[in-house]
Design a protein around this ligand. Structure first.
Ligand SMILES: C[S@@+](CC[C@H](N)C(=O)[O-])C[C@H]1O[C@@H](n2cnc3c(N)ncnc32)[C@H](O)[C@@H]1O
Length: 321
């Protein structure tokens, strides 16, 4: 049985609880994939368990995965062959492998998480032929350490996002080109980080990456009763939610970019994101599990959002409209 504290004695209790959220997200994704919500041949290699979740949760994950994918494809169609993706707090996300199956070529793809998470990811990749084969590019050397992988355009690196100088160091090691079009993704990550650290991170990215788009998927409208229940549930699991004040509403999500020198930002709740997805796909997934009433689903969608920030006008229309 894996125990984080044995290998990473410096980790704080709060960080441990945050790291555990990756297992929960991965289990939810695995469960929804097994029910047919979307296709992901790789998630079962990263997580072996899945608990059956309520249909509302599965639909929520479907809207999140497909909504984020929609923006990724818009970005890629504009960015061209120099496109880079940097997934912050990536956990066991399988995006690289899914894009690879679609024969989408990227100049660089970087996954970042705490070393305690990337070490598990690196170990699982090393042990699994299906995962390893797809990161192993012809004629490219695969460099492995206990917490990092560098394999052609694919990089998995262990670093605390609150440590900007180490992050910059590691991005250099991953051969990130700061002037190339770059998409940052942070799904349910910034809420766990103290506001001043998120502000420093966002300002640093805005200064360093003149051509970039940032996708945040996170909670919003947390000031009502439903939001309070969500917060109580998360706190009961030991998560501190140090960045929750930016999740008050769509405006606070957007303001985070505006205050940190981004050119523009916009946010949509998941009701809008869900209804922007193709009708035929929505009809397909709505038949997968029976929902006797929609009220809880709509409330859930109203409490999560996608917020985009951009540093160049080129990416201002990568949206849901
Ligand atoms: C809820 S999980 C989400 C994982 C993935 N983004 C997804 O959507 O499935 C949050 C992730 O953020 C990572 N994380 C949170 N704070 C971090 C920090 N300061 N530095 C690096 N990773 C962090 C956690 O370790 C965890 O893997």
């Amino acid at each position: 049985m894996f125990k984080i504290e044995d290998d990473y004695p410096d980790l704080k209790m709060d960080d441990e609880a945050v790291i555990a959220t990756n297992d929960d997200a991965s289990e939810c994704k695995r469960g929804a994939v097994l029910l047919g919500y979307w296709q992901d041949n790789y998630i079962p290699y990263f997580i072996k368990h899945n608990q059956r979740r309520a249909p509302e949760i599965n639909r929520g994950y479907y809207a999140r995965v497909k909504g984020v994918e929609k923006i990724i494809h818009k970005f890629l169609s504009k960015a061209g062959s120099n496109a880079q993706i940097i997934n912050l707090g990536s956990g066991f996300d399988t995006l690289y492998w899914r894009l690879k199956d679609q024969e989408i070529k990227l100049c660089n793809f970087v996954e970042i998480d705490f070393p305690a998470v990337t070490s598990r990811k690196c170990y699982l990749i090393k042990r699994n032929k299906q995962l390893l084969q797809r990161i192993h590019e012809k004629d490219q050397e695969v460099k492995l350490s206990p917490t990092d992988i560098h394999a052609g355009p694919y990089h998995c690196i262990g670093v605390d996002l609150r440590n900007i100088s180490e992050l910059e160091n590691k991005l250099h090691q991953a051969e990130v080109n700061f002037s190339y079009p770059t998409l940052f993704i942070a799904e349910c990550v910034l809420v766990y980080i103290e506001n001043d650290c998120v502000n420093r991170l966002l300002s640093w990215i805005a200064t360093k990456f003149p051509k970039c788009l940032f996708i945040v998927y996170e909670m919003c409208n947390m000031n009502d009763t439903f939001g309070n229940v969500m917060l109580e549930n998360m706190r009961a699991r030991g998560c501190n939610l140090a960045g929750i004040s930016s999740c008050k509403n769509l405006e606070t999500q957007q303001a985070r970019f505006q205050c940190n020198n981004w050119l523009g930002s916009k946010a949509w709740d998941m009701v809008s994101v869900y209804y922007s997805l193709p009708t035929s796909e929505r009809q397909r997934i709505e038949k997968l599990e029976f929902l006797d009433e929609q009220e809880l689903l709509i409330q859930l969608f109203q409490h999560y959002c996608v917020c985009l920030g951009w540093t160049t006008p080129e990416f201002a229309d990568c949206d849901f409209e």
